[in-house]
Design a protein around this ligand. Sequence first.
Ligand code: LER
Ligand code: MN
Length: 273
Amino acid sequence: MKLSIVLSTQQTQFQAASLSGSLETNMANIASLGYQGVELAIRDPKLVNMDALVELTRKYGLEVPAIGTGQAWNEEGLSFTDPDPEIRQAAIDRIKSHVPVAASFNAVIIIGLVRGMLKPGVTPEQANAWLCEALQACSRAARPAGVRLALEPINRYECTLINTVAEGLDLIRMVGEDNFGLLLDTFHMNIEEPVIEKSVCTCGSRIFHFHVADSNRWYPGAGHLDFPSILKALAATGYSGFISGEFMPKPDAATAARKSIENLHPVMNRLLP
Ligand code: LER
Ligand code: MN
């Protein structure tokens, strides 16, 4: 397991994007702190100079384990479950447009809030059916490039569809594509899961990516989550991917990024000597 941290390629309203601002300065800082990867939040691949981005990650020796896509919902309202079929199609097309980007980094595509929210007049059954169709279309489009998609169960206060790991696993069965799995986030799990370690274990090989923040959404170590126990459960599933820091920039972004790696490194070294 390796450590990465979330970085937005554009200005964003999302509060827990751990770092934002000048890409190059941030990548230099991330690498100098000892992170091996950077998770990139990209609203629209059309708006990003991919060659420059690939060059920057190479320059600082950073892998890109995952691409975040939630800004397409936050900032443009694109959603897999909107009653307007044009908006649903635009959301599917947007996620498909991330496939070449993800392939060039060997990254997973994160399905966060682009799943949408239940809108008035839409039943949960209808929303789930639209969600399933969209995920099948995107997973099938990603398969030839060897790209995987990871849906993140998001807590009930931020999202009305797929809040828990159990709901995520039901959706995986409905979608029926083996390049579709879950992204688990300790902040959301602390709100929704009765026992975080048990849910990690149940999800097993369907864990395609992992976010860490503490109970208060500050850096790990600033709240009351038991990271040694959670990461031990994660290691026991055979997960060998990245653990990605996604927390509030508190007390400031640089301190949070430094404290997170200072607190997690000893835990990981004990687990994987
Ligand atoms: C994104 O990874 C996340 O955790 C959500 O809170 C997005 O709103
Ligand atoms: Mn997350």
